[in-house]
Design a protein around this ligand. Structure first.
Ligand code: NAP
Length: 488
């Protein structure tokens, strides 16, 4: 058995049943089961947990395990494990053929859960299936009498394609589960660095007094991907970057940067504050929107399309703290590198005592910046101006306080799904979206999508940072491109 199996800082979560509808699909294989495996390896899940993969088609358990194992193999190198841990984990898994639409196979699930059903044991139903099945899945669970106070429902994007459809999904979920039983995943919220953004803001005093329009010039959020749409083309073409990335992940990041400090770190207080940000977003005009499509996208799609694979927005938040501070956000596919970064640029100094008359602006004039790298190579950098060491007068140059999480913390950073799956068992909804947040995000994005549809996306070359925009006015581009290695 494993030496590292118990790690002191991981608290056990209640023994639970995880019932994963769509348990043989891509999301389950790539994310959900590997996350559970890591938690099992770390000793956070015990051998009393049961993991039930539900799919429409019957699949022998051994075949399923053979498919799953390569996705779990990262953990093998960390734990240098013998086969027994994998065998122990595999013993927790059951596979059940159930058709959500017809209900066929449901009674077997009900009997299985009834074996251990009690008021202390959560049953976590993870709907890793198309949203069109959410309503039927909830009804089936209700008919099978599988909904009681310890039952929890986990869903994730796409939660609708607009406000109206999101509301329909919400009402389907809420016709069976109460809001405090529904866990809407935005996996960005489970990322360590995203949680660290809250720690940075609310566990330190030095930033709060600067965190407003007196000191901050603008905020940029870039979520850049190198991959294209690949085999998701059919889905992606109906969604586009605004629905796929902005409505959920990027708006959540805007909320975490801009929210007021909640009084307590509790689910509803945090979500109340995020909701207020969404409700304060300035409605956009066409001049605030730039869309692009990478060259060859139509070829990959095998059809013509006006769908944006890149979008940049100039946003604003209408409240006292942020009035006049632009929030620039952009995301795109087939860009030059994969990186998610938030850059807070502070205002220029009010007076430069070092400047020589007539000297052109240079690197020693750069503003202070706080760069929060969300992925990969997670960390924080504070860009400052320092004196160049040695003789030669007061020569200034840009320098950095650099906190690389990988270098600072020897522990591996867990995947977002690990944290989120444990929170479902703990009953902690802080990192999950509430129904009114989802609707407020759609209420903001729907008009943006409508305006964007009137703009022809500019074609951009693959391996660049997308099409040019005019947000910088005559001064040119405002964007600060993430670097390959944020430590440099
Ligand atoms: P997928 O690979 O196509 O898998 C779909 C799963 O749903 C399969 O296990 C399938 O079982 C099952 N299923 C389909 N119809 C069913 C029915 N009537 N009754 C019971 N099970 C049924 O899809 P996926 O990529 O995992 O995505 C699932 C959902 O998560 C989608 O809504 C997707 O947008 C969302 N999502 C996916 C990802 C990701 O990384 N993949 C990320 C975020 C969100 P059979 O094969 O037996 O039919």
């Amino acid at each position: 058995m494993l030496m590292e199996k118990s790690i002191p800082q991981t608290a056990l979560v209640p023994d639970s049943d995880y019932i994963i509808f769509g348990g043989t699909g891509d999301l389950a294989l790539r994310k959900i089961f590997p996350a559970l495996f890591w938690r099992f390896c770390d000793g956070q899940l015990t051998d009393k947990v049961r993991l039930i993969a539900v799919a429409r088609n019957s699949l022998p358990l051994d075949t399923f395990l053979d498919k799953l194992r390569p996705f779990c193999e990262d953990a093998f190198s960390t734990y240098d494990m013998d086969e027994s841990l994998w065998a122990d984990f595999a013993r927790l898994i059951t596979i059940m053929p159930i058709d959500i639409m017809s209900g066929k196979g449901g009674t077997e699930l009900a009997a299985f859960i009834a074996e251990k059903k009690d008021d202390a044991r959560p049953a976590i139903y993870y709907l890793a299936v198309a949203p069109a099945l959410f309503g039927s899945a909830c009804q089936l669970l209700s008919e099978l009498d599988l909904v009681w106070p310890q039952s929890r429902l986990v869903v994730e994007k796409p939660l609708g394609h607009d406000y109206v459809s999101a509301e329909q999904i919400n009402s389907q979920l809420k016709s069976v589960f109460s809001e405090d039983q529904i866990y809407r995943i935005d996996h960005y919220l489970g990322k360590e660095t995203v949680q660290n953004l809250m720690a940075l803001r609310f566990a330190n005093v030095i930033f709060e007094s600067q965190w407003n329009n007196n000191s901050i010039d603008h905020v940029q959020i870039s979520v850049a991907e190198t991959v294209g749409v690949g085999d998701r083309a059919a889905y992606y073409d109906k969604a586009g970057a605004l629905r796929d990335m902005v409505q959920n992940h990027i708006l959540q990041l805007v909320c975490l940067v801009a929210m007021e400090p909640p009084s307590h770190f509790t689910a509803d207080q945090v979500r109340d504050e995020k909701l207020r940000v969404l409700q304060a977003l300035r409605p956009l005009t066409k001049e605030d929107i730039v869309t692009g499509q990478y060259q060859d996208y139509e070829h990959e799609l095998d059809g013509s399309s006006q769908t944006e694979t890149y979008v940049a927005l100039r946003m604003g938040i209408e409240n006292w703290r942020w009035a006049g501070v632009p929030f620039y956000i952009r995301t795109g596919k087939k860009l030059s590198l994969r990186a998610s970064e938030i850059v807070i640029t502070f205002k220029p100094k009010p007076h430069d005592i070092f400047k020589k008359a007539g000297a052109p602006a240079g690197e020693d004039d750069l503003p202070n910046r706080l760069v929060i790298r969300l992925q990969p190579q997670e960390g924080l950098k504070l860009q400052l101006i320092s004196k160049a060491p040695g003789p030669g007068g007061m020569r200034l140059f840009p320098s950095e306080l650099n906190l690389s999480f990988n270098d600072t913390f020897s522990a591996r950073l867990p995947d977002a799904y690990e944290r989120l799956l444990m929170d479902t068992a703990r009953g902690n909804q802080t990192l999950f979206m509430r129904h009114d947040e989802v609707l407020a995000a759609w209420a903001f994005i729907d008009p943006v999508i409508s305006l964007a549809s009137e703009l022809a996306p500019s074609l951009y070359r693959q391996g660049t940072f997308g099409p040019a925009d005019h947000f910088g006015g005559e001064d040119g581009s405002i964007w600060i491109d993430p670097s390959e290695d944020p430590g440099q």
